[in-house]
Design a protein around this ligand. Sequence first.
Ligand code: OX2
Length: 812
Amino acid sequence: MGVTTMNKTAFKKKFLDLLTEKFAISVEDASLFEIYTTLGTLIRSSYAKDWRHTWSNYDHEQQKQVYYFSIEFLPGRMMKSNLLNMGWLDTVQAALADLGIQLDDVVAQEPDMALGNGGLGRLASCFMDSIASEGLPGNGNGIRYKYGLFKQKFIDGYQVELPNEWLARGNLWEVRRESKSVDVYFNGYVRLNKLDDGTIVPVHEDPTIVRAVPYDTGMVGFRNGTVNTLRLWDAEIPLSEESLYRSIEQRRAIQDLTSVLYPDDSNEEGRRLRLMQEYFFVSAGVQSILRHFKTKQQKMQNLDEFVAIHINDTHPAMCVAEFMRLLLDEEKMSWERAWNLTVKVMSYTNHTIMSEALEKWSVEMLQSMQPRIYQIIEEIDRRFVEEMTGVVDWELIQRTRIISDGLVHMAHLAIIGSHSTNGVAKLHSDLLKTVVLHDFYRLYPDRFNNKTNGIAERRWLQLANPSLSTVLDKTIGQTWRYEANDLHLLMNYSEDKAVHKQLQQAKQANKERLAAFILQETGVRINEHAIFDVQIKRLHAYKRQLLNLLHILTLYFEIKEEGFTDIQPRVFIFGAKAAPSYHYAKSIIKVINEVGKMIQEDPEVSDKLSIVFLEDYSVSLAEVIIPAADVSEQISLASKEASGTSNMKLMLNGAITIATLDGANIEIRDAVGDENIVIFGLTESQVYDYYEQANYHAYSYYEALPKLKRVVDSFVDGTIANIYQEGKEIFDSLLTYNDEFFVLRDYEAYVNAQKEIEKAYQNQERWLKMSLINVANAGRFSADYTVMKYAEDIWQIEAKPKSRKAKDEKYV
Ligand code: OX2
């Protein structure tokens, strides 16, 4: 059974046979989990041949491949997306229905694979889908964490973290490849032995050896027969060394290596175990790439014609040093030749300008944990300084060198050791050049480029939003399903009332679906005809969920104290996890929850406003929320959000964006035009002016705007029940500590922008046209296009024509 040929009868037979074979059970008696397992097994075995062929074709045709190194991947559930990409979705859905089974109940059995925190990891997974769907030879390389990102619960409005045992019932999609294991060395010390001929041979004495075992998962391309590989590494005790690691502590230390994903998003904590994780997956990945390369009949010096390695943020930056180590120590290559190859092979993406997320490791820690890697980094640093001396001024060298003040700067290593550094949206890439990495831009202007993020539109529209997809099919045909830019055909219907009506009905159906979900999860019944106003992203001060809350409180006081009655009902929906150690972010969660409760218990306001803070935001939850959104909140302080990707997903589903000119919001504005988005607030250059002149006084806004004062005071004057130090903490952050993220400065503009949103919504004709224009112009944010740009400009890899997206007859 090939992946694109499948009919209902054949599927049913296969499925029922396998159910019997696996569980000796009839379909009537089978549990949903047994059905899920059977279907998953069938799916996997059906793409297995294509998986093998994909790999052997790359080899056979000597194709250059990219290896995307990322410490996080966030694929969510895979069953439905595999079915879609195999071309089986409709058939399987119908066949199961014949058997009395709802596919959605089956797919809900799959735990979210949540090996990432947020945008960074989800981007890596969107890229995996698109790389395969474009038929590009590309593979992921990461860590198989035993526990995914923590599960979030609210108890008395507080966030509580529970372990996420995603592997408890096994993982259908992975294949353990024992035979591809490699050893990774830690600790000990390195002796440099001088041979008779003068060459120096490093010997790693007394190391701790960890066995890295890969688990591979097929990344199925959209209807093209391509199945790439996501390789995640697990840490084990090497068999031959068992006697050496007899103590429980030693064994535990090794097993703990891949236990947990660090739950910090855009924030760096500098913990020892994290550094171990980084070296672990870097070394395992690079070793296996080189081992594979050596099976080809190719010269090592031509390696760059066959291999590209991508460093996704700084966590895998040690790829540079590990690659050098292997070329020098194992392949006996000269430094110059090895360095030349390394720079050609490596490329790096920066995902944030927030300095607290730029990794720095102490020299002592790195030196004791990876003595050889440290030596190599030291030598890279020494040569860098030597090369630049006399060419550029001394201060510039000191600011850009890798090791300074007892710290190893990982971003510096990634930039110096690669041929390409890119940001993730136009503004962000410009800021890298002009501010954050300006010194490096002076040294290597040609290395800097922009690659605006993209999203897997198949998942975020075709799978998540069947109601809208049906309207699109009927209106513009089906080519948009494989060529996202064809969504633009919808512009021909921008004034078409009948199409508007259908879009409205699709949105309403999604709102009802979400309302039912909310009722089931929280027991709260929301007004399905209210504006659904959505902010879904990590809880971080710079993303300014607090600004959203100030607006909600403003509406609350307008109703309670100023007698406003003609407010358009709104449901404010939040999804956000806070890093467990991020106290301030957790206080904001608590206060949002308490305000939500206060509103809900007050009949004077509860029919007009409500807050729903959904627990445990995840990929699967996003798939239910996004299609139902009317308003997309993208309100970070300008310059702080590198790109954002929920902004793209929400626009694609017809939400209207209320945004600052930050990250990819700017490109969304360019795509839809000023009339179809609501922009407010400081621009990035105004923010920088404030920094330069140090003349921001938050207090003056508090004093000058009575409504704002009323709202800010409510954090400490007893208006909101059950908040104690949380309210005070927020109050102080705004006034005592002068409001680091200019929340008070942007407040008035934001409230006015929200009035504009309300006005636009009340004119449904205008609103539906705006919404349509957003959908019609979202195609450019498909990750299919993004990865093609990476492939052409950075990785220099190509798809073979037959592996490009298949334009299946059904869709032409
Ligand atoms: C995130 C960025 O904060 C976000 O703006 C961006 O869209 C996403 O990466 C994908 O590029 N950790 N998470 C991010 O950056 C870091 C570091």
